[in-house]
Design a protein around this ligand. Sequence first.
Ligand SMILES: Cc1cc2nc3c(=O)[nH]c(=O)nc-3n(C[C@H](O)[C@H](O)[C@H](O)COP(=O)(O)OP(=O)(O)OC[C@H]3O[C@@H](n4cnc5c(N)ncnc54)[C@H](O)[C@@H]3O)c2cc1C
Length: 433
Amino acid sequence: MGNHEPFKVIIAGGGVAGLALANMLQKAGIDFIMLERRDVAPQTGASICLLSHTGKIFEQLGVWKRLCASTLPLTVRHHLDEYGKLFDSSSMFKDAMEKTGRPVIFVERHFCLKTLYDSVEDHSKVRENTGVVSFSEDEDGITVLTDSGEKVRGSILVAADGVHSTIRHLMAEAVSQDDPERSRHLIRAFTSSYRTVFGTSPNRPGGDALPLDGVVYHIYYRNLSGITTAGSKGLIFWFLFIKEETSSSTPDCPRYTESDAAASIEKYGDRIACPGYSFRDLWNTRVKGSMVPMEEGVVRGSWNNGSRVVLVGDATCKTTVNGGLGGNLAIEGICNLVNELVPLTRATPAPTTHDLANAFNRYEQKQRPRAEISYASSNFVTRYESMDSPWLRFLRWLSSWIRFRSETKGFLSYIELAPFLNFLPDPDVAEAG
Ligand SMILES: Cc1cc2nc3c(=O)[nH]c(=O)nc-3n(C[C@H](O)[C@H](O)[C@H](O)COP(=O)(O)OP(=O)(O)OC[C@H]3O[C@@H](n4cnc5c(N)ncnc54)[C@H](O)[C@@H]3O)c2cc1C
């Protein structure tokens, strides 16, 4: 690629981050190619909670209406003790909707990914079953080698390839001689002290059904907790969180099989998940379900090597699932990245490696504080809901008597500070005008 060839982004990974990035680049008129190792939008039984500030970005991308049409807004969180008795409640979702004009919703992850995929106009830019194996850079661009031996040329490589990011490992290898500490941070980026069994199961028909009323149930046990909510299409989305006996770090976090998940249900399945259901009921009738470690942490050091490669999404930060923040955070991150790339490529059609690394640094300066706060708050919620220490058990006991929770206030200020695509009209301002 010569200096005068058009700018082109190679996206590694077609998860939430990769597909949202493809949509943002399409809106910005920046060329891209996305390489996804597997199929795009697989049905894994996972669901995803999309927050109001993600709704604003998705509205700018033109996908929010379709996502909302498939479900109902979430309203309140009910906190239940180990007997299933309500001890606290918060209207944070309703308050977020009133404040921002956009709901918080829970949808099948498969549907979210499919919606983002369908909105990419030129599907030849999305290559399934094409994994990135390695890359090499020169002063004009980058060449990616795929698992079928093909070479793909572009201007930059955005690593949206998840928690086990191949590209983060390649970056670690590249600096291992000169900066072994940085290399270690890139590889051993995350720890895991909890795992989750999760799934999607049919709701019972009739009077016994979990009402489709936007309530999210959080249930607290010692070293164990759960989240359950009724979704549209007669489905229940559910999660059981279990404290591990020993913590681990990437790349050595366990990979669980179906029989590992079944063994955890054998042990803990009799616990109440929500009114009318135990975790075993939900597991036994699952449409799809699985068990995974909950890695957490923020990659230390820089998210780029001063070159044409940059990390985004779960490749940079993992939050435990309880807060429902990880996917939303990934979308924020690429929003911050694209907000840097757009003015740069408009001013300089062929930016230098130095210009690009500076833009990547500016993106990281904006995103890292959001990543740190999302990681820390999710870390706390996971441990609080599973009453992980005597102090947290005391706090949980106290919360039945004293309403000291500031979760709504914290949540509203968190979503207020989120970015949106600043090269597109602000839908809130446009509406007001
Ligand atoms: C059970 C569960 C429930 C969750 N619930 C929520 C929630 O309610 N709300 C929320 O905000 N977040 C939630 N999260 C977190 C959220 O799913 C992640 O933060 C989000 O998926 C991150 O998106 P990503 O695109 O960065 O990574 P991923 O979704 O992991 O996508 C990475 C993609 O890259 C592909 N890939 C990997 N290696 C390569 C390669 N070498 N070349 C090409 N492609 C490659 C993978 O196949 C994959 O498709 C949940 C997570 C879990 C596990």
